[in-house]
Design a protein around this ligand. Structure first.
Ligand code: HEM
Length: 369
């Protein structure tokens, strides 16, 4: 630091700009009635606290996106990304719990000031939309709002900001690129896909033999189990064929590219290999955030049902019905969650060639042998 720029002392109050923050709770009911509705302060503070946390979440996700946007991603940064995403998960856990505080507002007390809010709505939270878009929710994935774009409630400047985020590479796209760059899918004579396919075939044919040989199932039950096993086999074949994957992508059934899906599968299967542990943690954190956002949407929808029943929202949507539908529809990393359907037991995993084992381990663990 420049020694001539000696820092000055600062007071807690001014450092935190508390005049601004604590002066920002102005109940609207107080403008129209002699006594403002008691519970409106809680309603305002709840939303403000959320918006502050949204700001922190954006700060963290943006920094993680910047790390992955850099072509020469510094490998050391991946752990930092994991730590920052973990922070986002913790914040989301916290804001989900906060809904209990919101629910101390009773529906009847809410009616003391709800009519003054029209047409304001959480629907107009720009920061919430920024989080969703930065994570990778595309305009075409969204539930339409009275057949309008979700952006209709924003100013031109805000719309541009959202479009820029949508076009600028979301966390989904950056992670997909990074997964596609992960080596090890092919290593000298080793081909991950081929050896994995053989392992799946062996596992399924062992299961078929076990079902056919057992004395504990009736012929009818055996047939049923064998048919089910046949569908599992078809599922594996479908997912592991590049052409079938491209077809599913076209129909919107999967989003993650074929290569990225295989890399995510490799990371999941061999996550104990030291080099893959941090990438595995990264995928876990992303899935946690996606899941927590879904949980928040469900929890918020439930609260809305309790608060206003089936009334339409102040923002003009169908209210609870619309919100409950967003919970499933707005999930972003479904393909990463779906990797679980492709996992096979550790005992069935193909052994890796020794040279590849070395590459996936810490330098000293192989040299010390
Ligand atoms: C009494 C409490 C609340 C009620 C009754 C309520 C009601 C609603 C309703 C009905 C909607 C759908 C849009 C509309 O038609 O208005 C909505 C959307 C939303 N609300 Fe709330 N809300 C409450 C509290 C909160 C809080 C504390 C937050 C925190 C920021 C919040 C954030 C949002 C967001 C982000 C949306 C948009 C969701 C989406 O479109 O995916 N709400 N709310």
């Amino acid at each position: 630091m420049d020694p001539s720029k000696k820092y000055t002392a600062i007071h807690y109050h001014s450092y935190l700009e508390l005049d601004k923050i604590l002066g920002a709770q102005v109940p609207r009911s107080g403008k129209f009635e002699e006594n403002p509705a008691h519970d409106e302060t809680l309603f305002i503070i709840m939303h403000q606290v959320y918006e502050l946390w949204f700001k922190q979440i954006i700060h963290e996700i943006e920094s993680v996106c910047d790390m992955f946007r850099d072509e020469k991603l510094n490998e050391e940064n991946i752990n930092l990304a994991v730590l920052r995403l973990k922070r986002v998960s913790e914040i989301l856990e916290l804001v989900i719990k906060q809904i209990f505080v919101m629910e101390t507002l009773t529906p009847l007390d809410f009616l003391d000031f709800r009519h003054y809010l029209f047409p304001a709505s959480g629907f107009q939270s720009l920061q919430f939309r920024v989080i969703e878009s930065m994570m990778g929710l595309r305009e075409e994935d969204r539930l339409t709002y009275n057949r309008h774009s979700y952006k209709i409630v924003f100013t031109e400047e805000q719309k541009e900001k959202l479009t820029k985020i949508e076009n600028g590479g979301s966390l989904f796209e950056l992670i997909e690129d990074w997964l596609e760059r992960i080596p090890f899918l092919k290593f000298e004579d080793f081909n991950f896909l081929e050896s994995y396919k053989s392992a799946v075939e062996k596992m399924l044919s062992d299961e078929e033999a076990a079902i056919s040989a057992t004395e504990y199932l009736s012929p009818k039950m055996k047939n049923m189990r064998l048919t089910m096993l046949g569908s599992t086999n078809t599922y594996f074949k479908q997912v592991l064929s590049e052409e079938a994957h491209a077809e599913m992508q076209k129909k919107g059934e999967v989003r993650l590219s074929y290569k990225a899906t295989l890399a995510a599968l490799l990371i999941n299967l061999y996550r104990e290999k030291p080099i893959l542990t941090i990438p595995y943690n990264l995928l876990m954190e992303i899935m946690n955030i996606d899941e927590l956002l879904t949980t928040w949407r469900y929890r918020h929808a439930q609260m809305v049902m309790r608060m206003i029943g089936n009334k339409v929202g102040t923002g003009g949507s169908s209210g609870h019905d619309y919100l409950a539908k967003t919970a499933e529809k707005h999930k972003i990393f479904k393909d990463l969650h779906n990797i679980s359907s492709l996992l096979i037991p550790r005992s069935e995993l193909p052994d890796l060639p020794i040279e590849l084992e070395k590459q996936l381990s810490f330098y000293y663990s192989h040299n010390s042998r």
